[in-house]
Design a binder for this molecule. Structure first.
Ligand code: PBG
Length: 327
């Protein structure tokens, strides 16, 4: 070594796969992954979703099979989204015990029992004909407090169907508090709440709208957050913890890694992040064109979301990533 050679050599810790594995700061494990799934009323066969290659709208039967597979892969959970065949202004299908989401919850719980945490989206946008996450007031705005009454009823329907954890994703003020008290008053004290706390009005939800056959009129900027704001995301998360959230979520993930980190540092509960439809579609589209190497890109994406500070990740790649990690 010449006098000018390095004395400190960080490369030494990168010498072999075994050493790199030993000193890895962040882990990615199947138990940390939650699979979001869509189930559509009236389907007999699963239907592909064009903008999300590899993801389908499930029939009730194919959903049960997907849930059983998720459990056998050791995933952390499954998050159910329902696509009703009829929608109306107040999203009646959401509270109907025979509504698609509620029957699907019961199906999945019957299939997997406690082997997998069964979660459900608690929001009206899949059920309303205008596509908003709440009910509208006569002037066409989303009525926060009337929506809360519907969310409380929806929570009870999901709890009655056997759900383990509800995921309020509508960004209404006070939603966690209202849902917690409705569940508690009905004796569902063990049903937990994964609060979508910092949810941004995002272009990366695009493919999801196709997945749930949504025909959104206008945008969600009066209730979802402005992407300029990170501190506001921390405030939303702190409020949700105060209102009784068991976990808090940041969504989307990739364009908000800083928010994930700030929320992780601010709250004393597990933090989830949602690797959303548009993030999935970007990687799939580039990989299909041969522009990026798909499997390493998937694992790098998920690891980045973990490194930013999320404890668990909702990702359409959950089952595949579990398989990749096992080999
Ligand atoms: C609302 C909801 C949305 C997503 C999950 N829950 C859509 C929205 O707020 O517009 C998006 C998920 C994704 O893009 O993967 N119920």
């Amino acid at each position: 070594m010449t006098e000018l050679g390095p004395v400190i050599r960080p490369r030494r810790l990168r010498t072999t796969p075994a050493l790199r594995r030993m000193v890895a700061e962040t882990s990615l494990e199947a138990r940390q992954l939650i699979l979001p799934v869509f189930v559509r009323e009236g389907l007999t066969e699963p239907q592909p979703i064009g903008s999300m290659p590899g993801v389908v709208q499930h029939s009730r039967d194919s959903l049960r099979a997907a849930a059983a597979e998720a459990a056998s892969l050791g995933l952390g959970g499954i998050m159910l989204f329902g696509v009703p065949s009829a929608k109306d202004a107040v999203g009646s299908g959401a509270c109907d015990p025979h509504g698609i989401l509620n029957v699907a919850i019961a199906d999945v719980v019957a299939e997997v029992g406690d082997a997998l945490t069964v979660m459900s989206d608690l929001c009206l946008d899949e059920f309303t004909d205008h596509g908003h996450c709440g009910v509208l007031s006569p002037d066409g705005r989303v009525d926060n407090d009337r929506t809360l009454e519907v969310y409380a009823e929806m929570a009870l329907a999901q709890a009655a169907a056997g759900v383990h954890m509800v995921g309020p994703s509508g960004m209404m003020d006070g939603q966690v508090r209202v849902i917690r008290s409705a569940l508690d008053a009905a004796g569902y004290t063990d049903v937990s709440i994964l609060a979508y706390s910092a949810k941004y009005a995002s272009a990366f939800f695009g493919p999801f709208r196709e997945a749930v056959d949504s025909s959104l009129q206008g945008d969600r900027r009066t209730y979802q957050q402005d992407s300029a704001n990170a501190l506001e995301g921390v405030r939303e998360a702190l409020l949700d913890v105060e209102e009784g959230a068991d976990l808090v979520m940041v969504k989307p993930a990739l364009a908000y890694l800083d928010v994930i980190r700030r929320v992780r540092d601010a709250v004393p509960v597990p933090v989830a992040a949602y690797n959303v439809s548009g993030e999935y579609a970007m990687v799939e589209a580039a990989a299909a064109n041969g522009w990026i190497d798909r499997e390493p890109a998937i694992l790098e994406t998920l690891l980045a979301i973990r490194r930013a500070g999320s404890d668990v990740i909702l990702t359409y790649w959950a089952a595949e990533a579990a398989r990749l990690l096992a080999r």
